[in-house]
Design a protein around this ligand. Structure first.
Ligand code: ADP
Ligand code: MG
Length: 353
């Protein structure tokens, strides 16, 4: 009996070591990869036990993002495969001439855009291309003369974007019309990337596409992810913290791309009904289970007055957090349990306290 003591002890130690190494091997690891795509820094973070699987899953997700980015690209790139023309380029080139056969994902983005254009009374319109070009965001932005705005506005019109689901074609009915998927492509691509991660077996992930957030599952500590909502007038300030689980939170703001003339701010989200930058809000975050829908809705709600945005969100079963141009903060009552308001900001909280 006495002689078997040390043997048992060694066996026990060996077993413990084996178990520890097994648990260590299975422990959740983080893998992050960043890429610059669609004019934005994208970051994909995934969690799991097999480092090789994590890396391959993220690569596949990026492949999916690149594919969508190429469909939606409005600029031809000489010397690359995309030079032959992305779907959006070809639709624009063929405006007023002929319907263009497109990829199912292009059609899906355009259908989404059409639906929310109608639903928002024209506050959201992907045929905004001629107006965006005129204002010159991304190039040399300037305030265009009113007659040029009127002329560009005449070329904006969702009713002249014709989609044929059977033939899988898209057609801009008038010459000079132009699509701009800037308000939807990033979110749609993010959702595709997330679905790709899921297919690769990933259960926890966070995709940050320039502040547009999509999370899968809960965070590594098994609680909801905590997402800061930026103060639109303080670059390092936060007005609230949002708890997010298996959902997307996408923000549209007047502080990413803008210029100032005589102390007045002109930014890149235009109201297709006036031809000028939307004036109601400074920042709007849309929360939805789908990043593509959240991206569309952030722009839709940004253009609408806050009260209309809240009502529309409630009707759709979606959620929105709004910082208005007159310094109020309002949000969907259904968000109350997921929002932590931060003290000391320069805004009036009108709801949800
Ligand atoms: P961000 O580009 O900062 O993510 P948004 O998702 O709100 O913000 O998209 C803004 C982009 O959408 C603009 O750069 C332009 O390409 C396009 N856009 C601007 N105004 C509208 C609008 N009213 N409807 C649809 N698209 C718009
Ligand atoms: Mg958007």
């Amino acid at each position: 009996m006495n002689r078997r003591g040390p043997v048992l002890l060694i066996a026990l130690l060996l077993l413990t070591a084996l178990l520890a190494s097994f648990l260590y091997g299975r422990r959740s690891r983080e893998y992050t990869s960043d890429q610059f795509l669609m004019d934005t820094l994208i970051s994909i973070k995934v969690y799991g036990s097999d480092p090789e699987n994590l890396r391959m899953a993220v690569n596949a997700a990026y492949t999916e993002m690149h594919r969508i980015a190429e469909l939606a690209d409005s600029f031809p790139h000489p010397g690359t495969a995309a030079f032959a023309g992305s779907d959006v380029c070809r639709i624009n080139q063929q405006a007023g001439i002929a319907p263009v056969p497109v990829n199912p994902d292009t059609l899906a983005m355009l259908q989404l855009a059409k639906k929310y254009c109608e639903l928002s009374g024209g506050a959201f319109d992907v045929t905004i291309g001629p107006l965006m070009d005129l204002w010159g965001f991304g190039k040399i932005p300037h305030i265009p003369p009113p007659e040029e705005i009127r002329a560009a506005l005449a070329l904006v019109g969702n009713q002249d974007l014709l989609l044929d689901e059977i033939k899988q074609t898209a057609f801009l009915r008038r010459r000079g019309m132009k699509l701009d998927l800037g308000a939807i492509a990033k979110g749609y691509a993010t959702e595709k990337a997330l679905q790709s991660l899921k297919k690769s077996g990933i259960r926890k992930a966070l995709i940050d596409a320039g502040g547009n957030i999509r999370v899968l599952g809960r965070n590594p500590h098994n609680s909801p992810w905590r997402i800061g909502i930026k103060d639109p007038r303080k670059s390092d300030g936060i007005v609230a913290i949002l708890s997010l689980e298996d959902a997307a939170a996408v923000t549209s703001g007047d502080y990413y791309r803008f210029f100032e003339v005589d102390g007045k701010r002109y930014h890149h989200i235009l109201d297709p009904r006036t031809g000028y930058p939307a004036v109601e809000n400074m920042a709007v975050t849309a929360i939805s289970s789908d990043a593509g829908i959240a991206d569309v809705l952030s722009t839709v709600f940004f253009v609408l007055p806050a009260e209309t945005a809240l009502k529309t969100a409630a009707g759709l079963g979606e959620k929105v957090f709004i910082v208005t141009a007159d310094h109020r903060i309002l949000y969907s009552p259904s968000l109350a349990a997921n929002i932590e308001l931060l003290p000391g900001t320069a805004y009036r909280y009108e709801q949800g306290r």
